[in-house]
Design a protein around this ligand. Structure first.
Ligand SMILES: *Cc1c(COP(=O)(O)O)cnc(C)c1O
Length: 376
């Protein structure tokens, strides 16, 4: 049996008749950039996220750029983030400031370890915190916001949620993207809500951040097209991507439920196997399982090879923590700086979790994992 890590062709088949006429319509109007489709998509998404405003942009990485420049901060702000995320989290922030700091992660959820945060925020005089809702589960946002707004130095630290993997995820009943000062989403095709190409979004309920983000998206202009109030970017979204995202959004809750059902079945099938640690979801969190990541110890690479031989697709998210990437060598952070993240990078493996998996496929994957890990 073949089980790919992700297969979107089934989803495309189901939605083809709904989406293709919208794309043809856009081609017929030749209105490709921004316009009514983008405005509609922004409205739909703001409502879904329960944020006052949403600004569509060209990718999740771009959303991080825009949010980073839009939040109020001093020159060369000191930015605190997680070392265990997709590179874009740290990479995008580097364009805002070279002063990047990290806080280690929790060993079970892989999200930022809030218990270590207050001390670091004070020590490094942090201006911006960028939590990531990794694999679809929100970081512990209440204490993060508390540290950001009630800290020893009396600073209004800005919190940028990297919610690229968390659309529809809930924290204590509140949606990802409505929890920080501003949030960033990605519509890269492999995300739970994927476009037919690149796309991203910034959400906020802060009017100033919203207006600044909108300006930055189009070369620093707002009303008068040729008047540039600040310098900015070309970070616009295509109308076709916006139409695809709007068309897919109503299906998202159903897809999320299917992912959660798949996760529950894996959990059950791995229950009683002491060599497989299944995802730990806090009881106040509703995870959208952008990934289903197990921890299997040092034999992770061997397991991946074994599964490959059985036609099972898996992935390592992420093999090299951000602080050990050559691009961040200038920070001087050696192996051992963030041991929890470094250990997770060696021991975790993402299994197929996409909505259209069949029960038979999930049982096949779990059986193979259980067979291999039993040998340890
Ligand atoms: C995907 C992702 C991004 C970047 O989004 P793109 O749309 O690929 O630019 C940023 N952060 C995290 C955590 C992501 O998973």
């Amino acid at each position: 049996m073949k089980v790919p890590l992700l297969d979107l062709t089934l989803q495309y088949e189901q939605l083809k008749d709904e989406i293709m006429p919208k794309i043809i319509e856009i081609c017929e109007t030749q209105q490709f950039i921004m316009g009514p489709n983008v405005e509609k998509m922004e409205k739909d998404l703001a409502q879904f996220i329960k944020a006052d405003y949403a600004v569509a942009c060209s990718s999740g990485t771009t959303a991080l750029h825009l949010a980073g420049f839009a939040v109020p901060h001093p020159e060369e702000p000191k930015i605190l983030t997680t070392p265990y995320s997709f590179f874009a989290t740290g990479g995008a922030m580097w364009h805002i400031s070279k002063k990047i700091y990290f806080v280690d992660i929790e060993p079970d959820t892989y999200n930022m370890d809030v218990s270590k945060m207050a001390e670091l925020v004070d020590k490094h005089d942090i201006d911006i915190i960028v939590p990531v809702h990794l694999f679809g589960q929100c970081a512990d946002m209440d204490p993060i916001m508390d540290i950001a707004k009630n800290n020893k130095r009396g600073k209004n630290i800005q919190v940028i949620e990297d919610a690229a993997q968390a659309i529809g995820s809930l924290y204590k009943g509140r949606p990802a993207g409505s929890l920080g000062d501003v949030a960033c989403f990605s519509f890269f095709p492999s995300k739970n809500l994927g476009a037919f190409g690149d796309g991203g979004l910034v959400s906020t309920s802060n009017t100033e951040i919203y207006e600044k983000t909108r300006k930055l998206r189009v070369h620093g202009t707002s009303k008068d097209r040729y008047l540039h109030e600040v310098t900015g970017f070309n970070a616009r979204l295509d109308a076709i991507q916006a139409a695809v995202i709007s068309a897919k959004l109503p299906h998202l809750p159903k897809w999320t439920e299917q992912r959660r059902k798949n996760a529950a079945l894996y959990d059950e099938l791995f229950d009683g196997n002491p060599n497989v640690v299944t995802p730990v979801i806090r009881d106040y969190n509703y995870s959208i399982y952008n990934q289903y990541v197990i921890r299997v110890g040092e034999k992770r690479d061997e397991l991946q090879k074994y599964l490959q031989e059985k036609d099972i697709g898996t992935a390592v998210y992420y093999p090299i923590p951000i602080h050990l990437q050559p691009a961040f060598e200038y920070l001087g952070l050696k192996e051992g700086s963030f041991p929890v993240a470094e250990k997770a990078a060696k021991e975790t493996l993402a299994l197929p979790i996409f909505p259209d998996l069949t029960e038979e496929q999930i049982r096949y994957v779990a059986k193979a994992v259980n067979e291999f890990t039993a040998k340890k």
